[in-house]
Design a protein around this ligand. Structure first.
Ligand code: PEP
Ligand code: MN
Length: 348
């Protein structure tokens, strides 16, 4: 249920409403907008409770939320959420977030060089995998904690926030300590215990859509994180499994405008995993930005043919810079900007 508070309510009035909500055994989540305060009530929605809340002083109206996800829904929070991911970078505002870097961190020099290259081309967030979910147990599975330290160093020297995946509850503390954004990979979209755990952290979480995740299941997965008190959730569309085998996954561009209609959370597009083919990455990145994505996640490698994972979908430094130039034209058409270095690099 949503309780809309009168515009002239004082802090004391709001506190009184919150304590009545809590007395009823429900949780209250306050969201302060530009014009008024909205209180989300989490718990069973009984008609008599709605009547009771409507009679409280300074309550303007009470609405039932029709969707199964509550905190994530646009009904709950009409304004777009903008997430501060540190080092002056936000995700969800006018400026596009561009997360770029290798699929896997291979050594310190590799991630530091990659960080400099993607930053020079206009990225504002560094990606790199240290814990890698691989189809085969014999494939390279990442450098683990050592990789996290290399990533943190690369982020420090280039003054970029960093994002990396966590695969298990055991590693949440270490990943949160070394990185600015915690990534939940597609294969863990419905690992509910892991979602609970990252929800207890206050670090921003980027939640990738599962290989066969329906939109509602994905938004309910985001609800798990928010229900634990972490409001900093970024959605990521990374392609889904379909009957088509001509490419690795089918990038679902529909998901972008739909997620934006259903939810206030920012959404990032990952055309690297979404296509699996480097030649498709730039065109699909442009389509995603045109469709309203708040950012991109792009895999970049200095020598894709030598990459320890996902070389076939990785852009070289040069092709990434060229992609950024063409994305900047689309970004301008949809009234989005690229960050500081990006804006100048992309304009050249
Ligand atoms: C990745 O970002 O490298 C990754 C493994 O992504 P996904 O979970 O989308 O497959
Ligand atoms: Mn990858």
């Amino acid at each position: 249920m949503i309780v809309v508070v009168s515009p002239d309510a004082t802090q004391d009035d709001i506190a009184r409403i919150v304590s009545r909500i809590e007395d009823s055994g429900r949780q209250a989540h306050i969201s302060v907008g530009t014009e008024r305060c909205i209180i989300g009530v989490i718990g069973p929605e009984l008609p008599e409770l709605q009547d009771m809340f409507e009679t409280l002083p300074q309550v303007e109206s009470v609405h039932r939320v029709t969707k199964p996800y509550k905190l994530v829904s646009r009904e709950f929070r009409p304004n777009d959420t903008v997430i501060d991911v540190g080092k002056g970078v936000t995700v969800g505002g006018t400026e596009l977030a561009v997360m770029a870097g290798p699929c896997s961190i291979e050594n310190e020099e590799h991630i530091v060089n990659s960080a400099h290259a993607v930053k020079a081309a206009g990225a504002n967030i560094l990606r790199g995998g240290a814990f890698k979910p691989r189809t085969s147990p014999y494939a390279f599975r990442g450098l683990g904690e050592e990789g996290l330290r290399f990533l943190e160093t690369a982020g420090k020297v280039t003054e970029m926030p960093v994002i990396t995946e966590v695969m298990t509850v055991r590693d949440v503390e270490a990943v949160a300590r070394h990185s600015d954004i915690i990534q939940i990979g597609a294969r863990n979209m419905q690992n509910f215990i892991l979602l609970d755990e990252v929800g207890k952290s206050r670090k921003p979480v980027m939640l990738k859509r599962g290989l066969s995740g329906q939109i509602e299941e994905w938004l309910l997965a985001a609800e798990y994180v928010m229900a634990q008190g972490n409001p900093n959730v970024i959605l990521c569309e990374r392609g889904i499994r379909t009957f088509e085998t001509a490419y690795r996954n089918t990038f679902d561009v529909n998901a972008i405008p739909l997620a934006k209609q259903l939810s206030h959370l920012p959404i990032v597009a990952d055309p690297s995993h979404g296509t699996g083919k480097w030649k498709l990455v730039a065109p699909v990145a442009k389509a995603a930005v045109a469709a309203g994505a708040d950012g991109l996640m792009i895999e970049v490698h200095p020598n894709p043919d030598l990459a320890l994972s996902d070389g076939a979908q990785s852009l070289t430094y040069e092709s990434f810079a060229s992609m950024m130039r063409s994305v900047s034209a689309i970004a301008a058409a949809v009234e989005r900007t690229l960050s500081g270095v990006g804006a100048t690099a992309a304009a050249r």
